[in-house]
Design a binder for this molecule. Structure first.
Ligand code: NAI
Length: 268
């Protein structure tokens, strides 16, 4: 059985084949969904999204997720092109200018901080508000954004993205209330293990905390493919009562104090 058969969606954030959104799109296509792919105009020029569009028989519509105008047009066009309201949306967008420019957490450039906040966190509210005002979601639809455990625990080099993720998770709870009440639409964030992608590898010391998380997690780090499977589960009708949650998809990392692997490393 294809669990997304007959469903229509919108997927933000597929840049190249390493992107989590890329894997979600391939999986959603296999599961029978029809969807629009979207990314920032500059990412469309640099990335390979057309390759993905061909593979998944989908259309691409550019939108800067910080622009309310772009988002309104995107939702409007998506509903028209797909022939009906949407059943699922994936927000897979993140970028810190401070991280990109090598600014430490204790030496932020606040223009960079605000830009990164707009792209990584506020854009989620803008996406939701646009879907809300344009009445673009079908009843019982599902909206998912991707987060990271640095929203709860400190990872020094994750920098200002920690605050962005905390804000993102809070939006899922607050907007989840309103969208649930009006349309039974559910909104969740998935807190994913470190994953080797363009955004992930941009964080200083990424290899170290990728390996550390892998050794700490009883199941090991969750792969991008498994993350895509979990997104599909949340888009499907099998999770109709799950909303306003931040769900850890991390092989057990977030609830582990120390693992035997790490004990061995520190035992002389
Ligand atoms: P990625 O670099 O493939 O995806 C990030 C996407 O954000 C890119 O497609 C980029 O073009 C898009 N983007 C940036 N600015 C934009 C804008 N103004 N408008 C529209 N789109 C814009 O990397 P990845 O890892 O697939 O990231 C997806 C999500 O997963 C992000 O929210 C990230 O923070 C989150 N995540 C990633 C982890 C990792 O270790 N890679 C771990 C936990 C969460």
């Amino acid at each position: 059985m294809k669990i997304l058969e007959g469903k229509r969606g919108l997927i933000f954030g597929a840049l190249d084949e390493k992107s989590i959104a890329w894997k979600v799109a391939l999986n959603a296509h296999e599961q029978g969904a029809k969807f629009i792919l979207s990314n920032a105009p500059i990412a469309l020029r640099m990335g390979k999204i057309n390759e993905l569009a061909e593979k998944t028989e989908s259309r691409v519509i550019p939108a800067d997720a910080t622009s309310v105008d772009d988002l309104n047009k995107l939702f409007d066009e998506s509903v028209k092109l797909l022939g009906g309201k949407l059943d699922f949306v994936l927000h897979s967008i993140g970028m810190s200018v401070n991280v990109r420019k090598g600014r430490e957490y204790t030496n932020q450039n606040y223009d960079f901080t605000i830009k990164g906040f707009d792209v990584s966190a506020l854009s989620f509210h803008k996406v939701l508000q646009s879907a809300w005002k344009n009445e673009s979601m079908n009843d019982y639809g599902s909206i998912v954004a991707l987060s990271y455990v640095a929203a709860q625990k400190t990872f020094p080099d994750y920098n200002d993205m920690a605050e962005n993720k905390a804000y993102l998770e809070s939006i899922a709870r607050s907007f989840g209330y309103h969208f649930g009440n009006r349309n039974k639409v559910r909104i969740n964030t998935i807190s994913q293990s470190p994953t080797i992608t363009t955004a992930g590898s941009g964080v200083k010391g990424f290899d170290t905390f990728f390996n550390y998380a892998d050794k700490m997690s009883p199941l090991g780090n969750a792969s991008a493919e498994d993350c895509a499977n979990f997104c599909i589960a949340l888009f499907s009708d099998l999770t109709k009562s799950v909303t306003m949650q931040n769900i850890f998809h991390d092989g057990g990392f977030s609830n582990t104090g120390i693992s035997e692997d790490l004990i061995k490393e520190f035992t002389s």
